[in-house]
Design a protein around this ligand. Sequence first.
Ligand SMILES: Cc1ncc(COP(=O)(O)O)c(C=O)c1O
Length: 389
Amino acid sequence: MKVPLLDLKAQYNEIKDDINPKVADVIKSQVFILGPVVEEFEKRMADYITASYAVGVSSGSDALIISLMALDISVGDIVITTPFTFFATAGAVSRVGARPVFCDINPETYNLEPEKLAVLLAEMENKERDRLKAVIPVHLYGQCADMDPIMSLAKKFDFAVIEDAAQAVGSEYPSSEGPRKACTMGDMNILSFFPSKNLGGFGDGGMVLTDNENLYQKLRLLRVHGSRNKYFNDIIGGNFRLDALQAAVLCVKMNYLESWHEKRREHADYYNRAFEEEGWIKDGLVKPPKAVYRDRGIKNDHIYNQYVIRVEQRDKLQAYLKEQGIGTAIYYPLPLHLQECFSDLGYKQGDFPVSEKAAREVLALPIYPELSREQQDYVVTTIKNFFSR
Ligand SMILES: Cc1ncc(COP(=O)(O)O)c(C=O)c1O
């Protein structure tokens, strides 16, 4: 049996009768750059997320860059984020000329650890703290970072917060003020519609969401080369536009999003139960992902963009699963503070031990909505065969 990590063809086959006419409408209209379908998608996403404003952009990476630009973050500024994330989170900071500073993660959620952030802030010299402009918590794998204490620190130390919800569209957080969706807590909040996300386009796409009208207006300007009237440029922006064909696909896929979250959660629970029954959790062979906000009065406590286990013999298990036709992935094998391109930041091995250990042990298993029970059973049996070798 073959079990790919992700099967986008299976998803397309189920919804093509909805997608194809909507895409054909855009083609018939020949309006490809922004226009009514992009506006429709922006409105629907703003409503779904319960954010005041949504700006469709060219990718999640560009959503981060344009957010930093709108906040006037540039050369000499500092932005704190996690070293255990996709490159773009910190890459965007460098792209605008600012300096990323890393802070270690929580070992259970893999998200920025607020207690460590508090220590980092307290230990920063005054002149460095003055240059700190923003913190980017990442809602890794589909579960929100612990936002309440991060937002309290933002108030205390006066920095902006950019939620990187690239992997967490629709995920919720049980804030002290009640349930909050990812992208409603920071000043600027970003999504990615990379095809592997729970809401994925037929190519690249992203979005910035905010409740701040001034920032919204600035984002719209930055998205089109800073030009309010064509060929008259008020500020330096870029081409950060979401295209209409992507918006058409995403509008249709939105109708299925909640049911896909549900299926992913069911699959996660099924794996969890199976690993429990096999005794692997008790024996410490497999550590399943922990949904830390379960039973806290929210539905999408975890949307499982990835179902990530920890295993000591990770590389051997991954190779074995591959031999047996099962796709897996490592998100992420090398934390950002150890990446060659960030060597000038002066970090070294041992600086962020929780991230470094996670990088050695994490393994993402297939969790896409269309995954069948037979396929999941095959994954479990194959892991069992690996352990009994
Ligand atoms: C956490 C995180 N941030 C940012 C991005 C960048 O998004 P995109 O691939 O749409 O540029 C991704 C996408 O993989 C991501 O996972």
